[in-house]
Write a protein that binds this ligand. Structure first.
Ligand code: SF4
Ligand code: SF4
Length: 79
């Protein structure tokens, strides 16, 4: 089984809007407990193993803070 994390958030890029949590059908995201350098409580992944790779979070994030790996680094969807 591939234990590589499929989805992760750029802690410093997140602006706490919560769109990723809103659109995710698998409840992968939750608001974090610490503040980043911009003063936002960046969201974090609480169950990345549940990710089905639908990319809704990737397209919803206005700050390009979400990266989704669909099956490995070669297929990384990012900007
Ligand atoms: S790709 Fe889909 S299932 Fe995976 S974290 Fe993003 S919204 Fe959730
Ligand atoms: S959509 Fe992007 S900026 Fe908004 S909470 Fe999620 S990771 Fe942070």
């Amino acid at each position: 089984m591939n234990k590589q994390e499929k989805v992760y958030i750029d802690f410093e890029a997140c602006k706490e809007c919560g769109y990723c949590k809103t659109v995710c059908p698998k409840n992968v995201f939750a608001k974090g407990s610490s503040f980043n350098n911009k003063g936002y409580r960046a969201y974090e992944t609480v169950s990345p193993e549940a990710c089905i790779g639908c990319l809704r979070c990737f397209y919803a994030c206005p700050d390009f803070a979400v990266t989704v790996n669909k099956g490995g680094a070669a297929d990384e969807k990012s900007v």
